[in-house]
Design a binder for this molecule. Structure first.
Ligand SMILES: [Zn+2]
Length: 254
């Protein structure tokens, strides 16, 4: 490996390190989002439970009202029956009988409605038990999941600290001018400053390098950039760089 290749190797390693830093940072950013999603899920199920309880309460109120109505009908029917015994004319007697029948019919309708409501209450009470169990189970699960996420975040943070130390080590080994160029390209070229050229094609912008330039690149003795995307390029088929890439890829999967 000549001295230029050694320089390029550090640059490739630095880019690989930066790629891993971005991945870990993304995972760290996902932590609070994952925790928020858990809390949203919990809030939804608690809301559903509360709505169910409100609905149940409203139906129970309605039932109490109907039972009150039934009592009132009974009182009125009793009164009408007493009145009936004091009536002298046949016409008045018929009218009072009709009133008793009507009150009886209304009372009966209310009783039917109460039965319907009792079925509804039973259904809603069962549902409320299910929803409560669901919420309690979800709370337990979310609690465990949150702890798990927090632990993962701790590991990611440690990895990030390590990678940043690694990055610092590469930066110190690179000439200031080259490092500035690298950082500038990283910032303006979507986080990829260094690109391999394979079979004459830049692997970042997928454009061909002129044959003359590609031949110069194969000599691996000077800094070159892609004429299309301006990234720093290196000969990707160079066995020594491929070894570097394979080594750093192995590092990534650890
Ligand atoms: Zn390019």
């Amino acid at each position: 490996m000549n001295s230029f290749e050694a320089k390029m190797k550090i640059l490739i390693d630095l880019q690989d390190c930066d790629t891993r830093i971005r991945e870990v940072q993304r995972k760290i950013e996902e932590g609070p989002i994952r925790i928020r999603a858990l809390k949203d899920g919990l809030r939804d199920v608690a809301e559903e439970e509360r709505e169910g309880a409100d609905q149940l309460e409203a139906i129970k109120r309605k039932r109490r009202q109907l039972e009150q109505d039934i009592d009132d009908f009974e009182t009125r029917i009793e009164k009408s029956k007493i009145k009936l015994s004091n009536i002298k004319s046949n016409k008045e007697y018929q009218a009072a009988l009709k009133e008793i029948d009507e009150l009886g019919a209304q009372k009966s309708l209310s009783e039917d409605r109460v039965l319907e409501l009792m079925e509804e209450i039973e259904r809603l009470e069962k549902r409320s038990v299910i929803l409560r169990e669901k919420r309690v189970a979800m709370e337990k699960e979310a609690d465990l999941e949150e702890k798990k996420i927090e632990k993962e975040m701790e590991v990611f943070q440690n990895t990030l600290d390590e990678l940043e130390r690694e990055r610092e080590h590469y930066c110190q080994a690179i000439d200031r001018d080259l490092l500035e160029k690298y950082n500038f390209l990283m910032k303006h070229k979507g986080g990829f400053a260094v690109s391999p050229v394979v079979r004459g094609v830049c692997q970042s912008c997928h454009m061909g390098i002129p044959p003359q330039k590609f031949n110069e690149l194969k000599r691996c003795d000077m800094l070159m950039t892609c004429p299309h995307c301006s990234r720093i390029i290196y000969w990707g088929e160079n066995e020594r760089f491929r070894f570097v890439a394979a080594e750093s890829n192995a590092g990534m999967s650890e």
